[in-house]
Design a protein around this ligand. Structure first.
Ligand SMILES: O=C(O)CCC(=O)C(=O)O
Length: 306
């Protein structure tokens, strides 16, 4: 009888060597069969519960980031922040064996949840996200850090899918500052970056993308009549420590509790990578949408009040 750790269910998803190589080469991959239609429905139901809490709300909260056109009577939510802590279904789906197996194939046996959120991009008005690198927000001691994008709707070119510049994860860390303050996005012309090779991350509901923390990515406004809801889990290798705030004696237990596989280490792995810190912080904080609002050079245009 194998012990519990050795039991692998018949439908366990694992990546092929070619898929791992594609992730290393391009900086992202899409995997289709991690979540079942039933899982997707449970996540949509949980999300509906969270969105319902926006009725009567007048300002962003610790959980809700609101569209500019939100009103208390006609709630329009742009993002659920810290979604794993906001509803147990999203914690359960984080620990789904298929997801953990794929994360181990990409990052190794020790895994830490670094953050989570759910970006809505509702039909007709869902806000764009300007080109950026997650690394500019949270540089680590090494770059074995990625974001999982769980598609809660079918994603197609017309509903504002994530777009990623292949190979950009091995390039520079771009200047995400404007007038000396972090704005959470960068001017691709000033940076001399050609984004025309960018690929759209499309797929059926339930599919997942895995994008490297240094990959340049963004997404356009949703102009279609279909929602585009994307759940994002940010996951780090267990020996990648966030440079902005190392664990301390006081925070060690809370830090250890963020592990979703394996165990913490007291030996952070340090691998040189171009680092820029997000300081001084944005004039408008709370979410990437807010910090990018004041960018003067945008690719995807203004976040409209419509
Ligand atoms: O939702 C999107 O299309 C982009 C998400 C993203 O890159 C982010 O929130 O950092």
């Amino acid at each position: 009888m194998p012990d519990h750790a050795e039991i692998v269910t018949a439908e366990q998803v694992r990546l092929s060597d070619a898929e791992v190589a594609a992730y290393r080469d391009k900086g992202f991959i899409i995997v289709e069969n991690i979540y079942s239609p039933g899982d997707v429905q449970r996540m949509r139901d949980a999300l509906d519960e969270l969105i319902a809490t926006a009725r009567g709300v007048t300002e962003h909260t610790d959980v809700l980031d609101l569209e500019p056109s939100h009103t208390p009577d006609h709630p329009r939510v742009r993002r659920i922040k810290n979604v794993v802590a906001s509803h147990p279904v999203f914690e359960e789906m984080l620990n789904q064996p298929n997801l953990i197996a794929v994360l181990k194939d990409l990052l190794g046996p020790n895994l830490r949840l670094h953050g989570s959120k759910l970006n809505m991009k509702a039909a007709d008005y869902g806000s764009p996200v300007e080109w950026h690198q997650d690394w500019a927000f949270y540089p680590h001691t090494n770059d074995d850090v990625l974001a999982v994008g769980v598609m809660l709707d079918d994603m197609a070119p017309e509903n504002g899918p994530l777009m990623i510049v292949p190979g950009s994860h091995t390039g520079p860390t771009y200047d995400h500052h404007q007038d000396g303050r972090f704005v959470g996005g960068f001017d691709i012309e000033a940076a001399g970056l050609d984004v025309s090779p960018a690929e759209m991350v499309t797929g059926p509901a339930g599919a997942c993308s895995f994008h490297h923390v240094r990959a340049v990515h963004g997404s356009a406004k949703n102009t279609s009549d279909r929602d585009r809801r994307l759940l994002l889990y940010q996951v780090a290798a267990g020996d990648a420590w966030d440079i902005r705030g190392m664990p301390t004696e006081e925070s060690w237990d809370a830090y250890s509790a963020t592990f979703i596989a394996g165990t913490p280490t007291i030996e952070p792995r340090v691998v040189p990578a171009p680092i820029r810190l997000p300081y001084p912080g944005p004039l408008r904080g709370g979410s990437i949408y807010e910090s990018q609002t004041i960018m003067t050079s945008k690719t995807f245009g203004a976040i409209e009040d419509t």
